[in-house]
Design a protein around this ligand. Structure first.
Ligand SMILES: C[S@@+](CC[C@H](N)C(=O)[O-])C[C@H]1O[C@@H](n2cnc3c(N)ncnc32)[C@H](O)[C@@H]1O
Length: 259
């Protein structure tokens, strides 16, 4: 895997256009809008339960106001998906990623963007469920490939609240276990700490399949301002630097660290 000096807004310019895409975990559709406008998909499926259950899984953790915000987001995304050039090309599915997967044939998607639950089981199972749904040269993009203690957007490191190391590293472990168990390869991860104060994302392709995913990797390597090869993507971590004279957490800087 390579770490590249690009954020996702830069990476998206190198992704294939006009394909069949799904986003798992949509919320208010910020990234969905980006995927649609930048990649002009033939079809974009947007899958999210938008708090359809009151007490199942992640929904059990939501407050009343979170839940009502999600219900509003669902309405907004539905309206957006029906209007303008989205009509007939955007399909909104109010369900969890795994049950929703049953409606898609195998080898169907060009790109699936996974941004559902920040938990080992949630991320691992969603990635593995959608692996057979991907075309051989499809690309799986995973969000939040980082140690959950590092709150990049708040400029701090959480001392508690995510539990033990296994819990805080669950996204890194789940992505690596998915790649190992499903025959995929983590090709690149982004560097977005400085440019947009965002945790890294990864792009994965089917292992040893020389298709679009690997061509995208090569184009990114040719165009990124820098790239660093990481032998073992399990060893990705973060570090936070507090600059001398810093007066606010937002002065703190984050970088990738390999242990
Ligand atoms: C971080 S937000 C997604 C943000 C969105 N990808 C963006 O960048 O604009 C996570 C979303 O995942 C949804 N979610 C939680 N569990 C899910 C599941 N099993 N399947 C699909 N979506 C899920 C939540 O309802 C929430 O809206």
């Amino acid at each position: 895997m390579f770490i590249i000096g690009f954020n996702f807004d830069e990476v998206i310019k190198f992704l294939p256009r006009g394909g069949v895409i799904a986003e798992l975990g949509v919320k208010r559709g910020r990234n969905a809008r980006k995927l649609f406008h930048e990649l002009s998909p033939e079809k974009l499926y947007l899958v999210d339960p938008w708090a359809m259950d009151e007490d199942v899984g992640y929904a059990g953790r939501l407050t009343e106001s979170d839940r009502s915000a999600l219900v509003d987001y669902h309405r907004e995304v539905l309206e957006w998906g029906k209007s303008g050039d989205r009509d007939g090309r955007v399909e909104v599915i109010r369900d969890y990623a795994i049950p929703a997967s049953h409606q898609f044939p195998d080898k169907y998607f060009d790109i699936v963007y996974v941004d559902t639950l920040d938990s080992y089981d949630g991320f691992y199972n969603d990635l593995c469920t959608y692996a057979p749904k991907m075309k051989d040269d499809g690309i799986i993009i995973g969000d939040d490939f980082y140690d959950l203690r590092f709150r990049v957007n708040k400029g701090s490191v959480r001392k508690d609240g995510v539990g033990d190391e296994e819990t805080s590293l669950c996204m890194i472990n789940a992505a690596n276990d998915f790649a190992r168990d499903c025959g995929w390869e983590l090709l690149v991860m982004t560097d977005e700490y400085k440019s947009i104060r965002r945790p890294p994302r990864f792009l994965a392709g089917k292992k040893d399949f020389n298709g679009v995913a690997h061509k995208v990797r090569d184009k990114l390597l040719r165009n990124a301002p820098w790239a660093i090869e990481v032998d073992d993507p399990r060893r990705v971590r973060q570090t936070m630097v507090v600059p001398k004279g810093a007066t606010s957490p937002m002065d703190n800087l984050f970088f990738t660290r390999i242990v």
